[in-house]
Design a binder for this molecule. Structure first.
Ligand code: RP5
Length: 160
């Protein structure tokens, strides 16, 4: 397992599927778990240590509301943590600010609200520094994305 996808509640599952989808596109193995920084802090501590022992190379952590999961996780590991703010209230701005405003020395790489897919892509980019085959797949993916976008680029009738 190379990536761990953690989320604060079972109610986050749907929104975190995007991370798994992105990792699967690139054939990156992952393990997903529900772990709450507030409701089960000791479990978070144990699981972070276990995953690190087992060689996890990147964490993705999604949470809504007070959203402390990514930050607390980052305090317990030197493996990169990507935080996904989830919209549980206030359009997700509460979670975004909670996740992105980490103090000096304990960063969390934060993606946009509800954008777990981008967290998966960023995890692949981090792993690609070590695995050349992932770099190749990322380049192919970008090339395909560009070609598809250019294909769609036709004149638009704004009066229709
Ligand atoms: C956060 O509180 C979770 O990440 C979730 O987004 C939110 C609500 O959790 P539940 O009350 O639905 O379990 O910790």
């Amino acid at each position: 397992m190379k990536v761990a996808i953690l989320m604060g509640s079972a109610s986050d599952k749907e929104k975190m599927r995007g991370a798994a989808k992105a990792l699967s596109l690139f054939g990156v193995p992952y393990e997903a778990r529900i772990i709450s920084a507030h409701r089960a802090p000791e479990l978070l501590e144990r699981e972070a240590a276990r995953l690190e022992r087992e060689g996890v190379e990147c964490f993705i952590a999604g949470a809504g509301l007070a959203a402390h999961l990514p930050g607390v996780l980052a305090s317990k590991t030197v493996v990169p943590v990507i935080g996904v703010p989830l919209n549980g209230a206030l359009g997700g701005l509460d979670a975004l600010l909670s996740i992105v405003q980490m103090p000096k020395n304990v960063p969390v790489a934060t993606v946009a609200i509800d954008n777990a897919f981008n967290a998966g892509i960023l995890a692949v980019q981090i792993l690609a520094l070590k695995y050349p085959e992932l770099r190749e797949r990322l380049i192919d993916y970008r090339t395909k994305m560009k070609a598809e976008f250019e294909e769609q680029n036709s004149p638009v009738d704004l009066e229709a």
